[in-house]
Design a protein around this ligand. Structure first.
Ligand SMILES: O=P(O)(O)OC[C@H]1O[C@H](OP(=O)(O)OP(=O)(O)O)[C@H](O)[C@@H]1O
Ligand SMILES: Nc1ncnc2[nH]cnc12
Length: 199
C-alpha cells in the first residue's frame, strides 16, 4: 500500500519546497548577480519549521560529534549555534531554541561592544569584516555554524575562522541554499557543508 493510500501525508522533499518558495531577483544588489530571495521560505510556517529542523540534522547524525557528546543520538552534538549577521540570525536563533542550546552572533564590523576578534573577507558582491566576541565561545565547545546562503564561501570561511581562533570546535556547517557554481564548498574544506538545497 502506498503512503497516500494508507492515509498518510506525503511530504514534498525539502529541497523542492525551498526551491518552490525562493524568488530569484536578477541584478540585485548589483548587475550580474542572481539574488536568491529566501524570505518567502522563512515566512511560511511549515517550511520554516522544516528548514530549522534540517539545519540541525548533520550535527545530530555526525558520528564524530556524537562520540564527542558522549550521549545518545537524540542529544544535539553541538553546545552552541553561531549565526552570521543578518539573515543567519533568523535561522541560528530558531535552531538553538529547538535544540535547547545558546546562540552566538558573528556580526558585521563595529556592532559588538566588548573585546572582539575580526576577519576580513570577500563575498559574491563585495568585501566586509566579521567580528566575534572573544569570550563568546569557550575553548572546546562544539559549534554548529548556520547561514542562509553559501555563495563564494567567503562569509562562512571567515565565520569558521573566528570560531576556531577562540578555540571552538566546528562540528557542522549548515546552510539553506548552496550556489554550487560559486565554489563555496571548496572554500570551507575540510569542513563539510550541509546544504538543504544545492542549485
Ligand atoms: O558565500 P558568500 O559569497 O560569502 O555570500 C554569502 C553571504 O551573503 C549574504 O550575506 P550579506 O553579506 O549579503 O548580508 P545580510 O545577511 O546582512 O543580507 C548571505 O546571507 C551570506 O551570509
Ligand atoms: N546570489 C545570492 N543570493 C542571495 N544571497 C546571496 N549572498 C551571496 N550571494 C547571494
Amino acid at each position: 500500500m502506498t503512503a497516500a493510500a494508507a492515509g498518510e501525508q506525503v511530504q514534498q522533499p525539502l529541497d523542492e519546497l525551498i526551491a518552490s518558495l525562493t524568488v530569484d531577483v536578477p541584478d540585485h544588489p548589483e548587475p550580474g548577480v542572481l539574488f536568491r530571495d529566501l524570505t518567502p521560505v522563512f515566512g511560511d510556517g511549515p517550511a520554516f519549521a522544516r528548514v530549522v529542523e534540517g539545519l540541525a540534522a548533520p550535527a545530530e547524525s555526525d558520528p564524530r560529534a556524537a562520540a564527542m557528546a558522549g550521549t545518545d543520538d537524540a542529544t544535539p552534538a553541538f553546545d552552541v549555534v553561531v549565526g552570521v549577521e543578518a539573515r543567519g540570525f533568523l535561522l541560528a536563533a530558531a535552531v538553538a531554541l529547538a535544540a535547547g542550546v545558546g546562540v552566538v552572533p558573528v556580526r558585521k564590523a563595529g556592532k559588538l561592544p566588548r573585546e572582539r576578534i575580526s576577519a576580513d573577507y570577500v563575498l559574491e558582491y563585495g568585501t566586509a569584516t566579521l567580528e566575534l566576541h572573544a569570550d563568546s565561545i569557550r575553548p572546546g565547545q562544539r559549534v554548529l555554524v548556520v547561514d542562509d546562503v553559501l555563495a563564494t564561501g567567503g562569509t562562512l570561511a571567515a565565520a569558521v575562522e573566528l570560531v576556531e581562533r577562540v578555540g571552538g570546535v566546528v562540528t557542522a556547517v549548515s546552510v539553506v541554499v548552496e550556489l554550487a557554481a560559486l565554489g563555496g564548498r571548496e572554500r570551507i574544506a575540510p569542513h563539510a557543508v550541509h546544504a538543504l538545497w544545492t542549485t
